[in-house]
Design a protein around this ligand. Structure first.
Ligand code: ZN
Length: 255
C-alpha cells in the first residue's frame, strides 16, 4: 500500500493513500489505527508533500563499496552515521536550492526506511515489525564543504538538501531493488540495494543501539557510486524499482 502526504487549496496537509491515479483520505493515524476513505481525489490536483514527518533523519555513509572507493574512503567495521536536519526536507517537485557557500553540490540516490514503531536495542529477528515502509531519498551534499569541515552538518544540512518521496510503500522487498539516478538525460547512478555493505536489519539494530527510533523517523541507507555535480537548470530524477520516481529541479539561491 502507498501512503502519501498531500494538501490542496481546500485541504490542510494530511495523509492519504494512493490507488491508481486517485488519492483517498486516511481517517486516523497510519502508524497506529486508521481507516481508508474512498479514493476520490485525482493525484494531479494535489500538492504532494514529503511522505513522513520525522523527528530525526539518520543517514548512513559509505554503505556501498564502490562509492566509498570513488571518494577514497575505507569501509569500517561499523556503519558511519550522521544526521540531516528535518528543515532540509522537501517533497516531489520542490526545487533543490544551491547555496552560495558551496561550489560543488552533488546528488546521492538512496533508499529510505520509514520507522513505524518506537524501539531501542531492536533485535535482528524483530526488525521487520519496526519498519513501516520505504521511499526514495536524495542525500544532497555540498562535497567541498564535506571535505573542508570535520563534521558534516553543514555539508549535509542546507535547506532543501533532503528530497523525500513521492510516497511510502509498505509492501516492498529491499533486498535486491534497482536504484537509478538521472541528472537531466544523463544516467549517473545505477546499482542494486543488494550491494549494500550493511543490510537494513544490521543498520536498524546498530542505530537503535545508540538512540530510540520513533514512528516517522527516516533512515537514509547510503548511496552507490556515480555521485555527480548539480547545477542550476538540471532536474534530478531518482527511481527505485517498486517505489517510484523522485524528481526535483535544481536552482540557485537568490539572496
Ligand atoms: Zn548519503
Amino acid at each position: 500500500m502507498k501512503f502519501l502526504r498531500f494538501s490542496t487549496p481546500d485541504l490542510s496537509p494530511r495523509y492519504g493513500w494512493l490507488y491508481e491515479d486517485k488519492i483517498g483520505q486516511i481517517d486516523g493515524d497510519p502508524f497506529t489505527a486508521y481507516r481508508r476513505l474512498d479514493p476520490d481525489i485525482p493525484v494531479d490536483t494535489v500538492k504532494i508533500l514529503p511522505p513522513a514527518q520525522p523527528g530525526k533523519i539518520i543517514c548512513v555513509g559509505r554503505n556501498y563499496a564502490a562509492h566509498a572507493k570513488e571518494l577514497n574512503n575505507e569501509i569500517g567495521d561499523i556503519p558511519v552515521i550522521f544526521f540531516k536536519p528535518t528543515s532540509s526536507l522537501i517533497g516531489l517537485g520542490d526545487p533543490i536550492i544551491l547555496p552560495p557557500q558551496s561550489q560543488q553540490v552533488q546528488h546521492e540516490a538512496e533508499l529510505a526506511v520509514i520507522i513505524g514503531k518506537r524501539g531501542r536495542w531492536i533485535q535482528p529477528e524483530d526488525v521487520s515489525e519496526y519498519i513501516f515502509g520505504y521511499t526514495v531519498a536524495n542525500d544532497v551534499t555540498a562535497r567541498d564543504l564535506q571535505r573542508s569541515d570535520s563534521q558534516w552538518t553543514r555539508a549535509k544540512g542546507f535547506d532543501t538538501f533532503c528530497p523525500l518521496g513521492p510516497w511510502i510503500e509498505t509492501s516492498f522487498d529491499p533486498s535486491d531493488a534497482l536504484i537509478t539516478c538521472h541528472a537531466g538525460e544523463e544516467l549517473r547512478q545505477m546499482a542494486s540495494t543488494r550491494d549494500m555493505v550493511f543490510s537494513i536489519p544490521q543498520l536498524v539494530v546498530f542505530i537503535s543501539s545508540v538512540m530510540t527510533l520513533e514512528p516517522g523517523d527516516v533512515i537514509l541507507t547510503g548511496t552507490p557510486s556515480g555521485v555527480g555535480d548539480l547545477r542550476s537548470g538540471l532536474t534530478v530524477s531518482i527511481t527505485i524499482e517498486g517505489l517510484g520516481t523522485l524528481t526535483n529541479p535544481v536552482i540557485d539561491e537568490k539572496h
